[in-house]
Design a protein around this ligand. Structure first.
Ligand code: PA5
Length: 425
C-alpha cells in the first residue's frame, strides 16, 4: 500500500484538521453504491473480474502481436489512452530489444504528429489496437479510418487479422464494425468510465504488448483494493482525500503532482485527467497540474517558491530505486564534486527531494508525500488503486458526481456543427 506523509501540510490545515469522518462517509457511500454515478463504480472490482473473464485472452493476443510485429499502434484518447501510455512509459521507458514499440495515435488532430508516427513506423510489421468505449469519438475514429486503409494496402485480405478492438460490449459503431469484420474484440465494461478503465483491456493489452507482466499487475491490484478497504484514518486514500479537501477549503485550489522520475510524466497526465474530469464541475474543483523534478525546479521552481500562494504539492516517491550509479572519485577534483564522490545518484536525489520539500513548505506550499514501493508492476498497481479510490472519495466529499463528464460535450457540439456533421446544431 502507498504511504502518505502529511507532515509538510500540517501547519496549513484548519485547526480541526482533515475531516476523516467525512472521508469515512464518502467511502461508505461509494462502497454501498448509493452515491451519485453509482452505475460507474465497477472499477472497484475490475481487477478481480478481468482475471475471471478476459485476462487470458488479453495475454494471448499480446503474445501473438509480440511474436509477429515490431510495433503496436494504439488508437484512443483520454481515458482510452492515458493509462496505457502512463504505465508503459513508467515501467518500460526504454523498450526491450524484443519488445514491439508502442505508438499512440488518435489522441489529437495534428496531421504533423500522425505523419511523424507513420515515418517512425516505416515499413515494419505492425498491429492496431483501436480503443473507444463510445466508438464515436472523432479523434480516434478519424485515425482508425486512416489506419484501416493503410492496413488494407499493407496486408490485403489479412488486414482484419491485424486489428484488435476494445469497445463497449453491446453498442456503438466500433462494436458493429468489429462484429461485421471479425476483429478480435475486448470490452470496456458498462460500469467503468474511460478514466477508471486502466485495469481493463484498455490498459492491459498495450501494456502486455510492451512487455509488462499484466498478471502481476492485476494480482497486485486485487490485493491493493482489498487493503484499501480499510475503514480508518490509517487509510492513505482517506488521508489524501481529506487533506486535499481541507487545503482546498483554505484556498489552495491548484495541486501540482511532482515526481523525481522522468518516466512518471504520463502517469501524471493520467492523474490529471482522473482528478480534473472527476472533480472539476459544478464550479468547483482543485486544478490538477504536474511538474517533473528536478528539471522543473529550474523553471517552475521560482513560481512554486514565491509566486501566488494557491499551490499544494503532492510528490510521488519510490522507496527503492531500480538502478544505482555512484559518483566517481576524481584525482584532481577540478569540478569540486569530491564531497559527494562515492554517493549514489539515487541517494543524492533523495537528499534533493528532502531539501526541496523543506524549501517549499517554508515558502508557503503545503506538501504531501505519496510513497510507493518501486517503479515496477506492484508499484504501478499500488499507485493506480490508491489514486482511483482517493479520487472517488475526494469527489464525494466535495459533493460532485466523480463519474460523469458533461462538460466535455460542449466543444464537440461546436466542432460537429462547424464541420457540417449531418444533424449537428
Ligand atoms: O474518461 C472518459 O470518459 C473520457 O476521457 C473518454 O475516455 C474519452 O473521451 C474517450 O472516449 P471514448 O473511449 O468513448 O472514445
Amino acid at each position: 500500500m502507498v504511504q502518505l506523509d502529511l507532515s509538510g501540510a500540517q501547519s496549513f490545515f484548519t485547526q480541526a484538521g482533515p475531516d476523516y469522518a467525512a472521508a469515512a462517509r464518502a467511502h461508505e457511500v461509494l462502497a454501498s453504491g448509493t452515491g451519485l454515478g453509482a452505475d460507474f463504480t465497477g472499477w472497484l472490482s475490475l481487477p478481480r473480474k478481468i482475471k475471471e473473464t478476459e485476462l487470458d485472452r488479453i495475454c494471448k493476443a499480446a503474445e501473438l502481436i509480440r511474436s509477429r510485429s515490431k510495433a503496436l499502434v494504439v488508437i484512443g484518447i483520454g481515458g482510452s489512452y492515458l493509462g496505457a501510455r502512463g504505465a508503459i512509459e513508467l515501467l518500460r521507458p526504454v523498450p526491450g530489444k524484443d519488445d514491439p514499440k508502442v505508438f499512440f495515435v488518435g489522441n489529437g488532430l495534428s496531421a504533423d504528429a500522425l505523419a511523424d508516427t507513420l515515418s517512425l513506423l516505416g515499413d515494419c510489421d505492425y498491429d492496431v489496437n483501436v480503443i473507444s468505449k463510445s466508438g464515436t469519438t472523432l479523434e480516434p475514429a478519424v485515425s482508425f479510418r486512416i489506419f484501416r486503409e493503410l492496413l488494407k494496402k499493407k496486408y490485403g485480405d489479412e488486414a482484419d487479422q491485424h486489428i484488435f478492438a476494445t469497445t463497449d460490449a453491446h453498442r456503438g459503431v466500433l462494436k458493429s464494425l468489429a462484429d461485421a469484420s471479425g476483429w478480435e474484440s475486448f470490452v470496456v465494461p458498462d460500469d467503468v468510465g474511460g478514466r477508471f478503465s486502466i485495469f481493463s483491456a484498455v490498459g492491459l493489452l498495450p501494456m502486455a504488448v510492451a512487455g509488462i507482466d499484466v498478471r502481476k499487475v492485476i494480482d497486485a491490484a486485487i490485493r491493493e483494493f482489498e487493503a484499501l478497504d480499510l475503514r480508518s484514518p490509517g487509510n492513505p486514500a482517506w488521508q489524501y482525500a481529506a487533506a486535499r479537501q481541507n487545503l482546498y477549503n483554505k484556498g489552495f485550489d491548484v495541486e501540482i503532482l511532482g515526481c523525481y522520475e522522468p518516466s512518471f510524466r504520463f502517469m501524471a497526465e493520467w492523474w490529471k485527467q482522473l482528478y480534473g474530469e472527476s472533480e472539476g464541475k459544478d464550479l468547483k474543483g482543485i486544478f490538477p497540474a504536474s511538474v517533473e523534478f528536478t528539471a522543473d525546479l529550474h523553471s517552475m521552481g521560482q513560481y512554486i517558491q514565491q509566486g501566488r500562494r494557491a499551490l499544494m504539492e503532492s510528490i510521488v516517491r519510490f522507496r527503492r530505486s531500480l538502478s544505482s550509479c555512484p559518483v566517481p572519485d576524481s584525482a584532481d577534483n577540478a569540478d569540486g564534486l569530491n564531497y559527494i564522490a562515492g554517493r549514489d545518484l539515487a541517494d543524492i536525489c533523495n537528499v534533493a527531494a528532502d531539501a526541496v520539500r523543506e524549501a517549499h513548505v517554508s515558502g508557503g506550499v503545503p506538501n504531501l508525500v505519496i510513497s510507493c514501493s518501486a517503479r515496477d508492476e506492484e508499484g504501478l498497481a499500488e499507485l493506480v488503486c490508491f489514486f482511483e479510490l482517493a479520487c472517488a472519495i475526494s469527489g464525494y466529499m466535495s459533493g460532485v458526481n466523480p463519474f460523469d463528464q458533461p462538460g466535455v460535450e460542449a466543444y464537440k457540439k461546436n466542432m460537429f456543427r462547424m464541420l457540417g456533421k449531418p444533424g449537428a446544431v
